[in-house]
Design a protein around this ligand. Structure first.
Ligand SMILES: [Ca+2]
Ligand SMILES: [Ca+2]
Ligand SMILES: [Ca+2]
Length: 504
C-alpha cells in the first residue's frame, strides 16, 4: 500500500530530497493508478497533452488511495500530474523552512513552504488541495473588523494564501510581515476598519498568485472518489463535444442586491458569438415585457436540465441559497448530467467553508475552545487564532460544497465567498470573464483555475490594492480583502467549454 509505505518513510526524508525539490516523496501516478471499472465507457482521449500545465495534487493519506485513476486521467491530458501526501508535504515543508526566519510554523505554513519549493524547482502551475477544512489545513486571514466583544478582530478562511507563494522578488511570501507580539500568529492582517493609522495591508502580502489553486472540500475517500469521477465525466463529455455546438452561459441577476445587469451584459459581450448566453434578469421598468423571465427556482432548474456550461449569479446569498432562485434543496429537482456547469456567485456566503471566529464557536490553535461572540463570549484581548483544522461542528458547509460534492448533479467547480461579500466582487467577475473570453492561438482550453488566478490579478490592479487607504468607514478594508475570502472549489486545471476558436 502506498499509504503505508509513505507513512513509514515520513520521518526519514534525506536532506537531499529537499534540495531535489522533494521529488522523492512524490508518488508516481502509475504506481497509484487503478484500472478503470469493467465496462466503463471511455471517451476518446485528447490527442495532445497540454505541456504548459503541471499539476500537483495534495491529499491526506486516507484520501489519496481514491485518486489513482484520476491522476492517471490528468496525466494523459497535462504536462504532468503528481500526487504528494499532505503528511509528507507538511514534513518536507518543515525541513525546507529550517533555515528561514519563521519561528512558529504551523501546518498551513509548512504546506506552503512545500508548495513554494515545488513551484520554484519543479515549476508546478496548478495545485489541487483535496480535503475540506477538517482534513486539509486552512489559513485564516485577519481583519480588524469593528465588533467590540471580538476585540475588533475577525478571521476568514483564505486559500489565496496557498496561491500567493512569492513576493515580487521571488522570495517566499509568508503573509506575515508583522510578527511582533500577537501579530506573529495573525496572518494576512488587513486593517483600516478599526485602526485608521496603519496600512490596510498590515502584513504586506503580495496578493498576486503565482499558481492556480483549487480545493475539493471532501472529508473522506468516498467523497473524494465521487468528485474525481464526476470531474472525469465532465471532462470526457467536453472532449466528446469537441468543437461541435457553442458553449452555453446563463447569467442571473436577482432583485434586491445592487443592479448588476449592466455588468452581466458586459460579460455576455466579452463571451461573444462563441457562446449562447441566456439571461435571467429581474424585471423593472427598464426591462421590456417580452424579455426572458426573471430568475426563480423553476427557471434555474430548467436551465440546468437543458445543460449549461457556465452559471453566473449576482444577488443576495446565504450559506445554502441564492436568494429566491436556488438552494441546496434544488439539487433534488435537477436531473443527473455530465454537462455540468462551472458556477460563480458574487453573492454572500454560498461558498461557506468553515467556522468564522471569533463570532462563531471555534477551537483555537492551542486547543482551547471558544463559544464565540455570537454565543456571548467577550474577548478582552486579541482572540487566539483559530486552529488550521476546523473539525466536527466547526467544519461548516453550504451550497457550493453541496453542489460540488453531489456525485452526479450540481456543478463541477464553484467560485463563491465564504462569508459576506460586497459589490466590488463584481470586479473579480470582470477579470474571470475577460480571461475566459481571451482568444487562444494554441487551441488550449481556458482552465477554471487560470481564469480565477487572472481574476485576482485583475482585481489587484482595478481596485488599486497597492495604494488603497482607509477612510472613515469600513469599505476600503473590505475592498482589500475581497479577493482573499473567495474560494475556488474544484480542480484548477478543469477546462471550461471552448470559449473561442483558434485564430487563423
Ligand atoms: Ca502578522
Ligand atoms: Ca505573489
Ligand atoms: Ca466545509
Amino acid at each position: 500500500m502506498i499509504t503505508q509505505r509513505h507513512r513509514e518513510t515520513r520521518f526519514s526524508l534525506p536532506a537531499g530530497a529537499i534540495a531535489a525539490g522533494l521529488a522523492t516523496i512524490i508518488i508516481a501516478a502509475s504506481a497509484a493508478a487503478q484500472a478503470p471499472a469493467a465496462g466503463a465507457e471511455r471517451a476518446p482521449e485528447p490527442s495532445m497533452p497540454d505541456e504548459s500545465v503541471r499539476l500537483l495534487i495534495v491529499a491526506p493519506a486516507e484520501l489519496a488511495d481514491a485518486l489513482g485513476e484520476y491522476i492517471e486521467f490528468k496525466r494523459q491530458r497535462l504536462g504532468s500530474a503528481q500526487l504528494v501526501l499532505l503528511e509528507e508535504a507538511i514534513n518536507a515543508g518543515e525541513l525546507a523552512a529550517l533555515n528561514s526566519s519563521d519561528e512558529r510554523l504551523d501546518d498551513p505554513a509548512r504546506l506552503k513552504h512545500c508548495l513554494f519549493n515545488q513551484w520554484r524547482s519543479m515549476h508546478i502551475t496548478h495545485v489541487l488541495l483535496v480535503g475540506d477544512a477538517d482534513v486539509l489545513p486552512v489559513r485564516y486571514m485577519v481583519l480588524d473588523r469593528k465588533t467590540e466583544p471580538a476585540f475588533d478582530y475577525a478571521f476568514y478562511p483564505s486559500d489565496l494564501y496557498y496561491a500567493d507563494l512569492a513576493k515580487a522578488d521571488g522570495s517566499f511570501e509568508d503573509w506575515n510581515g508583522r510578527k511582533d507580539d500577537f501579530h506573529a500568529g495573525y496572518f494576512g492582517e488587513v486593517r483600516g476598519e478599526a485602526n485608521k493609522n496603519d496600512p490596510i495591508n498590515f502584513d504586506r502580502v503580495d496578493y498576486r498568485p503565482e499558481i492556480a489553486v483549487g480545493r475539493w472540500p471532501v472529508s473522506n475517500a468516498e467523497a473524494a472518489r465521487a468528485v474525481a469521477a464526476k470531474s472525469m465525466r465532465y471532462e470526457q463529455a467536453l472532449e466528446s463535444r469537441g468543437s461541435e455546438g457553442r458553449a452555453k452561459a446563463a447569467l442571473i441577476a436577482v432583485d434586491g442586491w445592487v443592479d448588476a445587469r449592466a455588468n452581466l451584459d458586459r460579460v455576455a459581450s466579452r463571451l461573444g458569438d462563441e457562446w449562447i448566453v441566456e439571461k435571467r434578469y429581474y424585471h423593472d421598468a427598464s426591462i421590456p415585457a417580452e424579455a426572458p423571465p426573471p430568475p426563480d427556482e423553476a427557471q434555474l432548474v430548467d436551465l440546468l436540465n437543458r445543460g449549461v456550461d457556465l452559471l453566473i449569479h449576482t444577488g443576495h446569498g446565504s450559506d445554502n441559497a441564492w436568494a429566491g432562485c436556488l438552494s441546496t434543496n434544488t439539487l433534488e429537482k435537477i436531473e443527473a448530467s455530465d454537462q455540468l456547469p462551472v458556477m460563480f456567485s458574487v453573492g454572500c456566503s454560498t461558498a461557506r467553508f468553515a467556522t468564522l471566529p471569533p463570532y462563531e464557536a471555534y477551537a483555537d490553535a492551542s486547543a482551547g475552545v471558544h463559544a464565540g461572540t455570537n454565543n456571548g463570549e467577550v474577548f478582552t484581548a486579541p482572540p487566539s487564532p483559530p486552529s488550521p483544522y476546523a473539525t466536527g461542528q466547526y467544519n461548516m458547509t453550504g451550497l457550493g460544497e453541496a453542489f460540488l460534492r453531489h456525485p452526479d448533479r450540481g456543478c463541477v467547480a464553484y467560485i463563491g465567498c465564504n462569508t459576506g461579500s460586497q459589490p466590488c466582487a463584481l470586479t473579480l467577475l470582470d477579470g474571470f470573464s475577460t480571461e475566459l473570453a481571451r482568444p487562444r492561438d494554441d487551441g488550449a482550453p481556458a482552465r477554471v483555475g487560470d481564469c480565477w488566478k487572472a481574476a485576482v490579478v485583475h482585481y489587484c490592479d482595478a481596485e488599486h490594492l497597492d495604494t488603497i487607504q482607509p477612510d472613515a468607514g469600513w469599505y476600503p478594508a473590505s475592498i482589500f480583502f475581497q479577493g482573499m475570502k473567495f474560494m475556488l472549489f474544484g480542480d484548477p486545471t478543469l477546462p471550461l467549454a471552448r470559449s473561442s476558436v483558434p485564430s487563423e
